[in-house]
Design a protein around this ligand. Sequence first.
Ligand code: ADP
Ligand code: MG
Length: 707
Amino acid sequence: MQGVLSREIKYVGGVGEARARALEREAGVRTIGDLLMRFPFRYIDRTRQMNIGEVDESMESTYIQLRCRIVGRQIVGDGARQRFVVEAQDATGSVELLWFQGIKWIEKRVEMGREYIVFGRPSFYRGRMSIVHPELETVEQALSRKQESGFQGIYPSTEKLSQAIPIKLMHTIVQNAWQIALTDTSAFADPLPEPLRRRCGLISLREAIYNIHFPQSSELLRQAQYRLKFDELLGVQLTIQARRTQRHTSNNGFLFPRVGDNFNTFFRTKMPFALTGAQQRVIKEIRSDMVSGKQMNRLLQGDVGSGKTMVAFMTMLLAVDNGYQACVMAPTEILARQHYASMSRFAEGLNLKVAILTGSSKTKERRASLEGIASGEIDILVGTHSLIEDSVQFNNLGYVVIDEQHRFGVEQRAKLWTKNLQPPHILVMTATPIPRTLAMTLYGDLEVSVIDELPPGRQPIRTYHYYDSARLKMFGFLRQEIAKGRQVYIVYPLIKESEKMDYKDLEDGYESISRDFPLPQYRIAICHGKMKPEDKDASMAQFKRGEADILIATSVIEVGVDVPNATVMVIESAERFGLSQLHQLRGRVGRGGEQSYCILMSGDKLSKEGRARLEAMCATNDGFKLSELDLKLRGAGDIHGTQQSGEAFELNIANLATDTQIMQLTRDEALAILALDPKLERQENAPLRALRDRHHKRERIDFSDIS
Ligand code: ADP
Ligand code: MG
């Protein structure tokens, strides 16, 4: 940004050195432009006052405004524990106002018997409402405050930042910054051509920036949000659509034209079950990519237990039958070993060689694998992220399958397909489905396949939520199931040792199970992340062979593990897990023909969100529904975090999950623009180029850039 927008923030009235440092450290804001491009995430209507009696616990932590009279005030405690406690009331009730800091200053300003407008976030303790560090204004002040509209923006903040800059001061600072921006006519010059703006009914960028900070009416606020979202999503679409076109016009995909002996023999004589319709369809989709001459980049979404492994295996046979190597990369040792076991079994009697390579492969196993891969003697390699080490050199890698992709970092994935001069076909499999529009955006130009059908004969898992106080009932239920010869998982949240929270840690869990579960004859296996890989494997194998009734584990077993005789999944401290993780864990049961159960244990005190998650789990088994709900609960923010996304767009205001209509519109506009100027090279498109590049501030890698 040029001109006044690139001026340092510390010179803006109300900021200064210390606050500028806080802004930079806590919010990455260095310039006036940075500040003005940081939008409120919520607005409160300051013309609206509530009665104390109307405020209840559901409003905890949201901003409210009260009008009440001071009826008591005192300084309590001393030294560091000193606080200023004020009692205020209106006709409907009373509230406690608390200050721990700046006591001297505020104490002088609070007068007994006087009426104030109180603004802040309530909290409740034993039904009693209090507000810590509220803002106070006398009624006269509030009335004289010149305010065109009642809306006040709430900016994202951190504890440190809100200490350095309370909400009202932030508002003043933004106002001052805006005044400075106004002095430069080129600041926020509109990047969108007039005809496009008219066609799409957009207000100007300047108007939008002004109204996003200081909404003059609710209608203008809506239009401002719309305009700013439009800009962001247009930038995103200009990137994606350009890339898509480019990939579709280059012919660098391996060709696998033959359906050969291995595939046919397996399909006709070895397959342990008939494929579901969805599995067949997806195999066809993959096959048509493999004969298209284009390199495949496909995301396979299929709920837990939908049979993705078989799809992976059969499509790997296509690669092998055409003389290429294939590999499958799994996120954990356990899962890699399991894939290796099942793929070796599938491959019996076929003319191909399967090998494994993981971090814990012994020197001998390792050397044999490495040699076989380099010579081409090994056709299918199964492994963990060890596959991406430099020592692993394929002879002719044609196809890469990545299982449970959300566990891999973007960079790790990228490394795997730079192993060839010509990029291999790529299938990314996930059991954490995301809505299609979101997938398209997050994963750039990935094609998406969906397995939307479970193998026949599965009974829906029944899910129940118990509070810790009903623990004995849960044990009773486990006893019944084990008596029927079934097996049980008990999963604890994985904790970092440093976190001193009341998570139930596995060791405690183990102790309490052995203590409370009054039947010591049960055979218990344990599996957690800190164990040596051999020990983990040994425990898992023991459980898999039916030699343990109960497997106590941390979430290391979250993905992929397949033990059909296990019918109960108990998740301890379930409120600590995210929805998709809960769903993954639940997917460990219900894999055989027996009725299976998932029991969610939680503490008595649940947050609103925690409760919503547990209720959703009890209400549905549908992974798609859950992931949509998850998006709503968490916002797309988390989902396009580094960890999970293939593509990293930094969005400020648009929401990939919910702004689908604008996404569609910007997609069409982007295509129209690119049709005339594919690389945005024309002079008049320079502002659009800037718009496109703005969301790639941080250097990140994504699939389609690599391949
Ligand atoms: P996921 O999609 O979660 O990776 P898996 O591939 O592990 O699921 O398959 C889950 C279970 O379903 C496995 O035991 C597998 O053998 C079985 N399975 C897969 N496809 C079918 C099918 N078409 N008919 C019957 N069972 C199947
Ligand atoms: Mg799987």
